[in-house]
Write a protein that binds this ligand. Sequence first.
Ligand code: GCW
Length: 665
Amino acid sequence: AEDGYDLWLRYRPLPAAQRPEPRTIAPGADTPTLKIARAELQRGLGGLVGGAPSPDSPSILLGTPAGSPAVAALNLPLKGAGDEGYLIRTVGKTTVIAGNSDIGVLYGVFHYLRLVQTGQGVDTLDILSAPKVKHRLLNHWDNLNGSVERGYAGASLWDWWKLPDYKDPRYVDYARANASIGINGAVLNNVNAKADSLTAPYIAKAAALAEVFRPYGIKVYLSARFSAPIEIGGLKTADPLDPAVRAFWKAKADEIYKAIPDFGGFLVKANSEGQPGPQDYGRTHVDGANMLADAVGPHGGIVMWRAFVYSHEQPDDRAKQGYGEFKPFDGQFRDNVIVQVKNGAIDFQPREPFHPLFGAMPKTNLGMEFQITKEYLGFATHLVYLGPLYEETLKSDTYAKGQGSTVAKVVDGTLDGRSQTLMAGVANIGRDRNWSGSQFDQANWYVFGRLAWDPEASTKDIAADWARMTFSTDPRFVQPAVAMMMGSREAAVDYMTPLGLHHQMGRSHHYGPGPWVSGGERADWTSVYYAKAGKDGIGFDRTAAGSNAVAQYAPVVAQRFSDLKTVDEKDLLWFHHLPWTYRLRSGQTLWDGLVTHYSRGVSYVDGMGRTWADLAPYVDPERHAQVADFLAIQRNEAQWWRDASIAYFQTFSGLPLPAGEAAPP
Ligand code: GCW
């Protein structure tokens, strides 16, 4: 069935005009990874190209200089390929796919197949590629009971009941899909972790998954609950300076590495949203992270310590807390600790300015955490391609070392010469046949992997690759589909939270509008806290006159955000509280402009519906119908967002709608 299970690795026959000649695949070393590489080539070319090669057909030679005399004899310049990269080069009638490691070769094979699959010529190639980020990880927020926190694609893929004895073949498909985009690690369990995940039975289950993933270059990692020494270690404390606690973690690490020799390490959410952490004992993030780092360090493991922290007390401005708690510790974390920072300081909103920690901790490994699952962007039914969101953040200039100090350069380590680099994505994968809950959400998994390999890549080009691989290489399909994808995130910003508004979603589930949400246990879980709408106007003043969150950015950036003449209007109400009659650059009042943005979001979704209808000839009926049905849901809900937001905010603005705008029902 055309249900999307194949993802972007469909390998259906290419149109004749795009089909290269059949090729023979030269025999070579039979390591587990190279066997997979050869089988993938066979499968890919068999499907895409078909036909039987003849004795004088061109051939493909793959391998490493160390494992293949034929590759070694070519004396290829493989230095730039590093540990995981590859060189694809045409030498006479042979295409060589070579790397310094088997996994590099497998990545090269996937690149080669992508060229074939997207209808690009493969006759003369000379491509050198190496990942710019070392740890390219999915973070699964998967619970041990099979549910997935913020997961919209069904239950967890990991069948904990049947592991370790039964290894679902789907684990191979998962590993293969990840390898095809360069992802090299998976944190198996939720950051809101249960200590059970570190007990012997679960270590055995994780080891079984690690065994399946290993030939695909994917390491497993676990989220560690900081209080595990109490819950499963029989201790009275989890104080990181307590010798018994330190001994517990050392022994735990030794036990894990015995079962999983290439275990990646721990991810930790500590002292945030009620999770235990070192501050419970009057200790610091450094004390906690370094203790765990010392436990896994001798085995080559890392600790990813999350900077998404905020306390239970009424915060001053939640946007400031991560920076406030971490910046003072710059230079104090061990070399194998990576501080994992969300792209923005609040929480995976449709749009946030980049997190002020980027660029602010030059003596610390800082990793990026993006969310692939669309917690705040309409779950699985809204078509929102996240490429432009990721790209906007990565291209943001921190000015930490003058102009050009982009977030991408912090993340890839080049700004401060760091090599423990990390890009993590909160996975959108579950047991749905289509993996991600919708056809188009597969693109978000895809673009995340490609950007982790190269944070400076163009997400438009990546969308085009994905659309060709997933649906059709016909330009009459690709061009409109990519255009539709590229504008889809801005449309969601428009109908949900235009002009710098944020966190206006329904309470706790975060689906649908809830700008009126107030009260409850925490102000910073309410929409009214973030929008600060009143008769006088709307927006969160983060300038020096307000919470002064702007001061956490480099002076040039702070200045730009603070000044109404220079702040980008897309961030306007993130940084400023303004009267309803404030004049936007368009000449419209703020009120009229807000209404216009909401409506523009709705019309964009309308347009996507029409575009998709026109694209029916290029898509199989099954996938086409599902996307069309989801777009209809999105259309209704964009309207709901618009109407609800306008109706609510109008109670403050007291202003009429601009001409031609329909009143909410
Ligand atoms: O935004 C919040 C989510 C929580 C999540 C938390 C986090 C895993 O609503 O579900 O918990 O972020 O990132 O820790």
